[in-house]
Design a binder for this molecule. Sequence first.
Ligand code: GDP
Ligand code: MG
Length: 161
Amino acid sequence: AARSKSGVPDVRERTLIAVKPDGVQRRLVGQIIQRFEQRGFKLVGLKMLQVSDDLLSQHYCELRTKPFYPRLQEYMTSGPVVVMVWEGHKVVQASRTMVGHTNPLEAQAGTIRGDFSFHISRNVVHASDSLEGAQREIQLWFQKKELLNWDCFDQTLTCEV
Ligand code: GDP
Ligand code: MG
């Protein structure tokens, strides 16, 4: 990894997390943010928006031909979502673990889906599934100027390992 001025590696891994419309309706935004904060990740972008059909089809480009896509589109455009970018060491992998299995019935208790949902078409939250996917999704949802680089008060105790 690249080195910052202090000599410790720059942690630049980022992932896209979204609270889906059911999560917003159910007032789960705060609890979901809290889980990422308490895990130690750094919030570098956050906004609320109504997703268009076009944005959704770009976001889920690999799922467009699936039989469940119309239902997924209806779900994801039914109300506002809160979309965030979180940064930190192996944040892509860590957030997939925190979010849990796609099907909430298979998600472990303690994961977001395992604690807050019971159906695959109402599974509360999105998390990028790979580094490449995260980069693609972040570019799709955020403009560069909407992502903030800010310093942890003690880089070695908070953001670095
Ligand atoms: P994720 O990365 O765990 O969110 O799962 P995928 O990328 O495979 O799918 C994206 C989203 O589409 C999931 O979170 C579900 O909300 C929805 N989805 C995936 N598979 C199914 C399915 O078989 N049936 C339905 N109804 N929805 C699905
Ligand atoms: Mg996915």
